[in-house]
Design a binder for this molecule. Sequence first.
Ligand code: ATP
Length: 306
Amino acid sequence: MITVRVPAKVNVQLGVGGLRADGFHDLANVFFAVALADEVTATPGEGVTLSCTGPDAASVPLDATNLAARAARLLAAHHGLADPGVHLHIAKAIPVAGGMAGGSADGAAALVACDALWGLDTPLETLLELAAELGSDVPFALLGGVALGRGRGEILEPLPVAGPFHWVFAVADGGLSTPAVFRECDRLREEAGTGSSDREVPTPDADPALLAALADGDPVALAAALANDLQAAALSLRPALADTLRAGTGAGALAALVSGSGPTCAFLTKDAESAAAVAEALIASGTCRTAHATHGPVPGAAVLAG
Ligand code: ATP
């Protein structure tokens, strides 16, 4: 039996370029791995089967579309295993469809867990390539830490960071579809008259002030540099998120932003004590389903000892 812990991510910068001819957007995506984590346990089985526990378990598909199952099959196919056998149990703590890449995290965890269970010893380089096939956010869940993602987000450059930074995540009722949020971003750009194609929107780049704040471990400077080009679109689709963001800053967070495509909201705080107080205030505010105080950066998908 192999158990892998895998972190959720928050995008401390999510710069979204124009819509490309292939339907994707160029991104300047600074991923940050936080200690809010799923655990995926692989045990020998017949075929690829799944189970899931946790508060959001009912929203997790247990069929072949689950990213953990797809990862297991992809790894088996890569090694020419005709009849892969594994049962994957997902202990889910990362909000589902919450903009924290929970499904991608489970995909990365399943790659690592099956690799260990089947004794394949696949090089990290190869696991990263398989991860990129599964989805844009999967390679980062393997690496963890802090990294700049270019292209669709899958071309990764690890970044220097001094931590820890303390965060609170406010979980909303129900999810938001990532493609729908990108479509809304394009629509809002058209409406504003700026155009939405990659010929009209400048290619985004990482903000030097943000990179310096990460390297210095300076939460006040990082708070000033946090940026998410999808935030307006997430707020347009879910206006109530503005109340959540206000409740967190009102309770003393240094800054608030929508996490990725939302609807989870992220709050950066000055220390662990402040994070606990902000989480408590958010829960009491009634503007979210629940809130978690956590920290990062943390490593990517890794086998738990024992
Ligand atoms: P991202 O931030 O990468 O856009 P997200 O955090 O918003 O993703 P996920 O939790 O990854 O969203 O789930 C998006 C959808 O993916 C779910 O609604 C579900 O149908 C599907 N899905 C597939 N595999 C999983 C998984 N292992 N866990 C959760 N959802 C999964």
